[in-house]
Ligand binder design. Structure first.
Ligand code: PMP
Length: 381
């Protein structure tokens, strides 16, 4: 009788278990009272077949462009908003304002989440920001304040303009709250990559990782991920992919950075020098400094290489990537060809898609003939 009971119990569990599992996955798909924010993170990892086969390494892209706002910046915008809310500094649906200074994707992520949560996004940006990004900000209903391109020491520079805007409202008698998101200095930035982006990658590669490669805008992605991976294993190497004109490459390779005067000069040159948006800097931000002890190496990437890589990945993989993603892909490939061992696992970040770069980066990419010679693409003859 005892055996019969066990058999019955087992049969019953075998019958019920798939039903419970199906119900759970159904629940996961339909989130009642959910929000756009539920779709942020858990992005896929894509094996890049053409790069892997040509190099003998396993090269993967962390597809951050699959976030609902189109970039990795959704993660930090959400983390920063939730932090302000936890501290009681902003309230949903009350018209409170989030100020940010950004020429990149962060503004778009804030604009999207502000709409979803009932805030106003006020975005300060240089007046030479690409039309593609301005259009997106407009569609998401952000307040846009254009300022002239300037060095960070200039009070009118876009980050400083955002800081001042929030301060002015906070010190007025208005009953609207205003905060300055401050992605460059805010600890929420590297922490969210430490607690979400990196652990996701770690699971996706089944705990086998040799190189992690990304560029640095605020430095948050590089810092959070590098710190996480170094804690997992000291043999995992973190590599900065840096566009031409940026000072971070020299800082990582030789420990030197430009002094203030040179910095301003190179910053100006940098703005006309590179077609790449979102990465490369000539100052050390808090988020970059946080990750600096965990960075092992740096690769400098020329615009020409990034443009050729854009065409290569489009032709071979059907990928339409943004400029910083292409810089990362060049660095990953060069590491695979010159420093890695055969079979090593290499992950780079695909930060955003080409749709935000049509009027600048991709316009130039189309001037380059497609070449199937990967060594030529990354200058590794
Ligand atoms: N790629 C793009 C398109 C970006 O907008 C940014 C951020 N400015 C980055 C990469 C770099 O990310 P992080 O700020 O975490 O260094």
């Amino acid at each position: 009788k005892h055996t019969l009971n066990i058999v019955l119990l087992l049969t019953l569990s075998a019958a019920i278990y798939p039903a419970i599992k199906a119900f759970r996955s159904h629940e996961k798909k339909i989130k009642r009272n959910g929000s756009l924010a539920d779709l942020i993170g858990n992005t896929p990892l894509l094996r890049i077949k053409s790069l892997s086969e040509a190099t003998g390494c396993e090269i993967y892209a962390k597809m951050e462009l699959c976030n609902p706002g189109g970039s990795a910046k959704d993660r930090i915008a959400l983390a920063i908003i939730e932090d302000f809310e936890k501290k009681g500094m902003i309230r949903r649906g009350k018209g409170d304002i989030i100020f940010e200074g950004t020429s990149g994707s962060t503004g778009i992520s804030f604009a999207m989440l502000c709409k979803a949560f009932g805030y106003t996004a006020h975005i300060c940006l240089p007046n030479d920001t690409s039309q593609d990004k301005l259009n997106l900000l407009k569609m998401y209903g952000a307040e846009i304040e254009k300022v002239k391109p300037a060095s960070i020491v200039d009070p009118d520079q876009y980050v400083n303009a955002a800081k001042k805007g929030a301060k002015d409202i906070a010190s007025s008698s208005s009953d609207i709250n205003a905060v300055f998101a401050d992605q460059f200095e805010n600890d929420c930035n590297w922490k969210i990559h430490y607690s979400t982006t990196a652990p996701e990658i770690w699971e996706q590669v089944n705990h086998k990782l040799d190189y992690f490669i990304t560029g640095s805008g605020t430095g948050g992605t590089l810092a959070g991920c590098s710190m996480f991976f170094k804690e997992k294993s000291s043999s995992i190497k973190s590599v900065l992919a840096d566009p031409q004109g940026s000072g971070l490459f020299n800082r990582v390779k030789f420990g030197i950075m430009y002094d203030q005067v040179e910095r301003e000069g190179t910053r100006r040159r940098h703005q006309v020098d590179t077609l790449v948006e979102g990465i490369g800097l000539n100052r050390i931000t808090h988020n970059f400094a946080k990750g600096e002890p965990f960075i092992d190496d740096a690769e400098r990437v020329l615009d020409e290489e990034a443009l050729k890589m854009a065409r290569y990945l489009n032709e071979n993989e059907g990928l339409f990537l943004g400029s910083s993603s292409c810089v990362n892909a060049v660095a990953a490939t060069r590491i695979a060809l010159t420093k890695a061992n055969k079979g090593d696992t290499i992950v780079f970040v695909a930060c955003d898609s080409g749709t935000r770069h049509v009027s600048k980066f991709w316009k130039h990419a189309l001037d380059y003939d497609y070449t199937s010679d990967l060594r030529e693409v990354v200058n590794c003859k």
